[in-house]
Write a protein that binds this ligand. Sequence first.
Ligand code: ADP
Ligand code: MG
Length: 729
Amino acid sequence: MSKMRFFALQELANRQPLEVSTPSNKLSDYYGSHVFDSKKMQEYLPKEAYKAVTDAIEKGTPISREMADLIANGMKSWAKSLNVTHYTHWFQPLTDGTAEKHDGFIEFGEDAEIIERFSGKLLVQQEPDASSFPNGGIRNTFEARGYTAWDVSSPAFVVDTTLCIPTIFISYTGEALDYKTPLLKALAAVDKAATEVCQLFDKNVTRVYTNLGWEQEYFLVDLALYNARPDLCLTGRTLMGHSSAKDQQLEDHYFGSIPPRVTAFMKELEIECHKLGIPVKTRHNEVAPNQFELAPIFENANLANDHNQLVMDLMKRIARKHKFAVLFHEKPYSGVNGSGKHNNWSLCTDTGVNLFAPGKNPKGNMLFLTFLVNVLMMVYKNQDLLRASIVSAGNSHRLGANEAPPAILSIFLGKQLSSILDEIARQISDSKMTSEEKTTLKLGIGRIPEILLDTTDRNRTSPFAFTGNRFEFRAAGSSANCAAAMIAINAAMANQLNEFKVSIDKLMEEGVGKDEAIFRILKETIIASEPIRFEGDGYSEQWRKEAARRGLTNICHVPEALMHYMDDQSCSVLIGERIFNETELACRLEVELEKYTMKVQIESRVLGDLAINHIVPTAVIYQNRLLENLRGLRETFSPEEYEELSADRKELVREISKRVTAIKTQVRDMTEARKVANHMENHKDKAFAYEKNVSPYLESIRDHIDHLEMEIDDEIWPLPKYRELLFTK
Ligand code: ADP
Ligand code: MG
């Protein structure tokens, strides 16, 4: 056995769970202790400074320099009470938190500056040396600087000895270089559009908030085994590995008991989350062995997303302490369930109404139906944009692989709601409703029960499922920044609601009454968006055919799916709603294509190296042993006996030789394909070339290696195997 694998297994045998103690028995003693929240602001800030921050949060009023100084001072005093020595602007560049060169964030503390110098100016704005963050060419063509600016709507927090200030990250010329800037714009756009629609029903509504509740799936793997797998370390997934004799067939892991080492990790993670005011709630095992899920209570989408990014970072650090590596990759192991990050999304008014929850009376239900039906249309019209927002090299192994939503967008509503919509659609086919028809319609609407959807009426195969009081977008990948999906969904929703409002206004100008105008447009929209509704099994082959018949798009190839960021509909949403300008959108696409290319390139290089340096030599060693064995047999036995006794080993030698040759040839061809692709100037061509000409080798080379793994003596196999990675506690 290779030394790496041997020592890793030895180390593993001696692992013990860490002792984790709670700061106090009462959660309220430490919940939010590391957040500069409103309570602490009141304590540490002079009255006028406190008012300046609250006004900025609630009304978006700018904070004067004088006030900023007072706020910075108060923040500093609070931070010092927690022994903080440094501060840093904390932002989300366009990478995801994967095992790559750039992590999701600048590391806490690393580039942090000394807190003694902290002033209002430094609180509000900074110019980080961030030349290594992806920018899609913006800073090459314009200015070489970027700057960060304080996002007052997300509170400052302390990690270790560093005060972190959530910020947006933009180029010197104002183009967004991060996820937060466009997310804030999309949230503002949907706020404005939804408020206007709500006012058709209730003039008291002045704001609409977006809620997000994410469910983070992840794998844990022992740190020593992880370190002995260069593919896991460098790409976040295993590029080879034969399935274990037992994997998830028994599904005995799901809701099974959590191993003690993992429980200790989870306990510490929860404590740290709670200190940071992150309301994490559920933890349980997932379908695959060593796969888990963490979910908080939903929050305002901007804060929820900051919290998700922060949690991912905490998880990596705390896992290390417990001698685990945490895997956020969408498909770390082939043949085993992958990881997603469901985005539970809802809209809520400042009067406390959840717009995706049925109301208490027909009027409330009308409001609910209006939003529901607009979601249907939004998804129907923006299938390609929504898909573009979640595709990635990692997620491509998951989508359409019989375990995750397919690359086809559809919405599941549940029986009750579907039949109500069908009923509405069936009524009145001409433009004018008789009063009788209006009454039946009203009765139907009045019949929507306040609590919809019992837990049995759930469809786990739907990419966009209505779950009683929210929609659950399930196609997002576990390593992704939720903002990408949230930008697309909320911008598209804003766009859809604006169009809806225009249609209503037009009818009303023509003299149609408000209620009837709403009925009419809703009915039209229900009929027009019908193809997006699907209640059946989203993983089935029939659905693929049926979806094609309905004209729904189904795009599995990442670069092709990404290109839809720039199609007419996406532009009219993203540019039309002023989430991006043209340069920003083009750059975002370029960054995504580049990320795809880089990931496949790294995987291809790592696989090539491992194949040639680890696998082929091991195969040759084993082959030589077989040849020695054959020589011995020939010396010992008569020619006839030898023929009979040696047949299987000869066959094995032949088989191994063939596979070794195939691996070598394919690695060489793959390298050639990379070279050709690398010479391409255009990001689009390059990504397409990697997808078409490089990525297929990853599969075919792996296939040979996985067969060799079964044929070669376990003792000399160089890498930890699936059964070791997946079943160690
Ligand atoms: P499940 O696994 O059944 O989908 P979970 O309880 O694991 O459910 O996660 C559901 C997530 O949805 C949680 O983050 C929860 O806070 C969130 N959620 C619940 N209601 C809403 C809502 N109205 N809007 C947004 N998110 C919600
Ligand atoms: Mg869920």
